[in-house]
Design a binder for this molecule. Structure first.
Ligand SMILES: Nc1ncnc2c1ncn2[C@@H]1O[C@H](COP(=O)(O)OP(=O)(O)O)[C@@H](O)[C@H]1O
Ligand SMILES: [Mg+2]
Length: 319
């Protein structure tokens, strides 16, 4: 896509879960992530959008190496992350940081903010004991918090402030990629804009890439460089944010964009989307077939491949 350094590349990345279902505990297969091939470059916000249950968090947890894939590979700067030695794994753990949806659950209630931000600095030997206090103070300032509050505990902060603390902790080790899984979803709408502004400022000031997961299209449009649309574990469309929102090609992307609330649509009732299907045997045909307003006969029997279309990609027989 461009000449900058490739941070993450996935190859046929797949994660299936087996769950017990029904009265007799019959096993069902959930295809949470199905054959995903993405590339995330330096200095880029790569967003993944899709309804709840489409596989976004599973994809992000695979990339964070918090989950083992069923099949497929993940490369970080060219190295397969399943084959890293101890040193390699440690530098991967430093370079790829995470900010979760719920900042309260991500912080230890019994530790001061100072010790939680200082901990990764100590683990990765990025500051000496006497530098720690200054470093934590700088980090708090860089996310808009008061350094003099560093000895306070998580419950003494608001939700937005706690998310700032999580961001400071992620930044402490000078990461190259921040995986942010719905980082605004647990916050009040008025606070969401402030955190989004902070993320935008960090993206512009630092050499940072984001894997940004969200179901909020307005946020994604504002913050992203490149967007992948996920449906039932599959990426159905990928394009620059501008191209995707100005000219969505996949019928699912169009449904998503049309159903997103926007200022203009505030006064018209929102058309609800039904839940995405997770059929164990849905390996045949297009995953969106049953809901697609434009489906053809072939869509039922054959799965469309994600194919290049100029400098974007789409998986649809119609396009
Ligand atoms: N640990 C798990 N065990 C079983 N099923 C799971 C597990 N994690 C996720 N799933 C299932 O995988 C699918 C994708 O989930 P998820 O990745 O959380 O989607 P999203 O983040 O887009 O809402 C869902 O059907 C979900 O129920
Ligand atoms: Mg999720």
């Amino acid at each position: 896509m461009n000449s900058s350094i490739e941070l993450i590349k996935t190859e046929n990345l797949t994660k299936h879960f087996t769950v017990k279902k029904g009265l007799f505990g019959e096993k069902a297969l959930i295809r949470a992530v199905e054959d995903v091939n993405i590339q995330i470059y330096e200095n880029m916000v790569f967003s993944v959008v899709g309804e709840s249950g489409s596989g976004k968090s599973t994809l992000s947890r695979l990339i964070l190496k918090l989950l083992e894939p069923t099949s497929g590979r993940i490369y970080f700067k060219g190295s397969d992350i399943s084959e890293l030695d101890k040193e390699g794994l440690k530098s991967f753990r430093r370079a790829v940081q995470v900010v979760f949806q719920d900042p309260f659950a991500s912080l230890n209630p019994r530790q001061s903010i100072f010790s939680q931000i200082a901990e990764p600095l100590k683990i990765h030997k990025l500051a000496s004991k006497k530098e720690l206090k200054d470093r934590v103070a700088q980090l708090l300032e860089s996310v808009g918090l008061k350094p003099e509050h560093m000895y306070r505990y998580p419950h003494e902060f608001s939700g937005g402030q706690r998310q700032r603390i999580c961001i400071a902790r992620a930044l402490s080790v000078m990461p190259e990629l921040i995986v942010a899984d719905e980082p605004l979803s647990s916050l009040d709408v008025s606070i969401q804009a402030q955190i989004l502004n902070l993320l935008t400022e960090l993206k512009e000031k630092r050499n940072l890439s984001f894997l940004f997961i969200s179901h909020d299209l307005n946020v994604v449009r504002y913050f992203s460089d490149y967007v992948a649309v996920m449906y039932a574990g599959c990426i159905v469309e990928e394009a620059s944010a501008k191209a995707l929102f100005e000219n969505p090609l996949h019928p699912y992307t169009r449904v998503l964009i049309e159903s997103a609330p926007s200022i203009e649509k505030m006064n018209t009732p929102r058309r609800p989307l039904t839940q995405g299907q997770q059929d164990g045997d849905a390996n045949q045909g297009c995953p969106f077939y049953t809901r697609c307003p434009e489906a053809l006969g072939i869509c039922k029997d054959e799965r469309p491949e994600l194919l290049n279309k100029g400098n974007r990609k789409v998986a649809c027989f119609r396009v």
